[in-house]
Write a protein that binds this ligand. Structure first.
Ligand code: PDD
Length: 279
């Protein structure tokens, strides 16, 4: 069953728990993580929590729990839900205080939901998805997993309205990432992905896929690439907690490679599945 958590207590997922003066709600002044649970086991939980701590530091948010306490809390929530395949959404904001831009001296506000994993349509996974290019209209600090997602939402909706799954964001002529995913391309068997910088989120799935690529000894280049590079590539795929490793077979209406999921993508997805099975 889906469950919620708010500031120290587990609640019915439908229970209203956010007061009017909560800063996540008023300012988007907070951070979050989305963690996938497979067969009752959270995937790369430590890495997600390390990123949460990095995000907190970047926005000068003082967390009130240790990494181990978050780990225990998440595991307790998953157990309580009795769901074996689920998504944990954890959000921490700068607390509840009368609206004022300056930081309030109040405890942080922590909320969490545990819900059954959204399963991707098997046709999409088998045949691949399409994407559009979209200007990256976000701020300079996209490495922080903050609640301020309006540019991501607008770009994703624009993709959806054009019958596409994802928008691939372009800043200063180079691909940064997707609205909620990291982007990889394959050209002549070499796999390219945008190098980490302040302009992209250091994806946990990106990290997992990178280690799979290294274990398979496939050539990997963390190098910037352009829209033309994407369109001239043999394969494109995106990675994220919810999409895992997902082939992209057309961008802006133009087929990538053969227009079908490529061998490298399929191999990496199979290895990713093995990694999950061995959790
Ligand atoms: N989004 N880039 C952005 C902008 C993202 O929002 C995400 C994830 C990723 C992939 O990161 P990871 O592999 O750690 O999930 C990259 C989550 C799933 C979301 O906002 O729902």
């Amino acid at each position: 069953m889906s469950i919620g958590y708010a500031n120290g207590r587990f609640v019915n997922i439908h229970e209203p728990v956010i007061p009017i003066d909560e800063r996540g709600h008023q300012f988007g002044d907070g951070i979050y993580e989305v963690i996938r649970v497979y067969n009752g086991k959270p995937f790369m939980l430590k890495e997600h929590l390390e990123r949460l701590f990095n995000s907190a530091e970047a926005i000068k948010l003082k967390l009130d729990k240790t990494l181990e306490e978050y780990e225990r809390l998440i595991k307790e929530a998953v157990e309580k839900s009795q769901l074996s395949d689920c998504d944990v959404y954890l959000q921490i904001t700068r607390g509840i205080s009368i609206r004022n831009h300056l930081f309030p001296d109040v405890p942080v506000s922590t909320t969490m939901t545990v819900r059954p994993s959204k399963k991707l349509d098997s046709q999409l996974r088998e045949n691949g998805v399409s994407a559009i290019f979209h200007d990256d209209e976000r701020w300079q600090n996209c490495y922080i997993k903050t609640l301020n997602l309006l540019p991501n939402i607008l770009a994703k909706q624009s993709a959806h309205d054009q019958g596409c799954y994802e928008a691939i964001l372009v800043r200063d002529g180079y691909i940064t990432e997707g609205t909620s995913s990291n982007v990889f391309i394959v050209k002549n068997r070499t796999i390219y992905t945008t190098p980490l910088s302040k302009h992209i989120l250091p994806g946990i799935t990106r990290m997992a896929v990178k280690s799979i690529i290294e274990s398979l000894e496939l050539p990997l280049a963390e190098e910037k690439f352009t829209k033309d590079d994407v369109l001239a590539s043999d394969e494109v795929f995106i990675t994220s907690t919810t999409s895992e490793v997902l082939p992209v077979v057309a961008v802006d209406g133009k087929a990538i490679g053969t227009g079908k999921p490529g061998d490298v993508t399929k191999k990496l997805y199979a290895k990713f599945q093995q990694k999950i099975a061995n959790l």
